[in-house]
Design a protein around this ligand. Structure first.
Ligand SMILES: NC(=O)c1ccc[n+]([C@@H]2O[C@H](COP(=O)([O-])OP(=O)(O)OC[C@H]3O[C@@H](n4cnc5c(N)ncnc54)[C@H](OP(=O)(O)O)[C@@H]3O)[C@@H](O)[C@H]2O)c1
Length: 285
């Protein structure tokens, strides 16, 4: 038995079919459902933020999401659940640089549930871990990092022609796929998603950001839904270190404000687990 209390569901707008969660995950999270999305992947994001909107402390050794959530086991459980539901997890190179030891697999989140996550994937017909996708324009990526070397995950790097040249100079193993999609310092999310689809057919794609990449997903209306953990701490800001929020590098409001629709609220202690859906350009086509 897992030593974690179930999340309390305060609101759930979902009326769709449940994903085949193992009993332990269903007990801890409740049902997990995504709206129908015929002929295209459903794109979700997952972030944790403080009450004052900080997603990274940007302090040496404390730049990752764990310092934001307080290493909250419910947050780790939800992160694992979403990775376990995903065919691919996409992150920007900044997130890899901030957390260089990470593999984007469920088993590295709430570790007592590792076997349960694996059986969820097996029941979903996804025996292998999600494709780990790294987005970089410059291609200044250290191929010695565990995500590239562990042999546990397939990796796709989506980049520019210049970035691809830099990466090829490190003589990557054949397990690392490289797609050069555009020659611009900001790759379009549409081309990133197409590159992912060429490598692995996807029903659910998860992005864990960071803020720069998340801004691009929102700007192109390529995010169907955001799973946002609200952690009950106030991190503060000063004029010395930039502490980003959910989005960096893009301005939306007031001219192009992005409004979400509440789909769910769960509570675990003083942490809230929110789901917001967004208008998707792909769904409208
Ligand atoms: N609290 C949370 O839930 C959470 C989640 C994720 C990340 N974070 C934190 O956020 C911080 C990183 O922030 P960030 O804004 O630097 O994250 P990021 O979006 O992961 O990284 C930015 C870098 O990724 C590449 N990139 C992103 N979008 C791109 C695009 N459309 N086209 C081409 N390249 C693109 C570029 O890499 P190149 O420079 O290599 O070209 C860019 O410099 C870290 O401290 C991390 O821990 C927090």
């Amino acid at each position: 038995m897992i030593d974690l209390t179930p999340l309390d569901t305060l609101y759930d707008a979902g009326r769709e079919d449940d994903l085949p969660l193992p009993a332990e995950l269903a007990r801890l999270y409740g049902p997990l459902r995504f709206p129908p999305h015929p002929h295209r992947p459903y794109v979700i994001g997952n972030f944790v933020t403080t009450l004052d909107g900080v997603v990274s402390l940007k302090a040496a050794g404390h730049a990752g999401g764990g310092d934001i959530s307080g290493f909250d086991p419910h947050d780790q459980m939800v992160m694992g659940l979403l990775r376990a539901a995903a065919d691919a997890v996409i992150v920007g190179a900044g997130t890899l640089r901030a957390s260089p030891q990470i593999l984007w697999i469920a088993e590295q989140t709430y570790r007592p549930l590792a076997d349960v996550y694996r059986s969820f994937r097996a029941a979903s017909g996804k025996p292998q871990p999600p494709l780990n996708v790294i987005v970089t324009a410059r291609g200044e990526i250290d191929l010695g990092l565990p995500v590239f070397q562990s042999g546990l995950v397939s990796v796709l790097i989506v980049t520019t022609a210049e970035g691809a040249r830099r990466i090829q100079a490190q003589r990557p193993s054949s397990a690392i796929q490289i797609e050069a999609v555009e020659n611009t310092s900001s790759l379009s999310v549409r081309s990133i998603l197409e590159a992912v689809g060429r490598v692995r057919p996807c029903e659910v794609i998860l992005t864990e950001g960071g803020p720069r990449l998340m801004g691009d997903f929102l700007a192109e209306k390529q995010l169907d839904e955001l799973f946002l953990t609200l952690a009950p701490q106030i991190a503060g800001r000063d004029n010395v270190t930039e502490r980003p929020g959910l989005v960096a590098g893009k301005i939306f409001a007031p001219q192009q404000a992005v409004w979400g629709t509440l789909r769910g609220i769960k509570q675990g202690g003083s942490h809230l687990f929110l789901r917001y859906s967004f208008e998707s350009a792909t769904a409208a086509e």
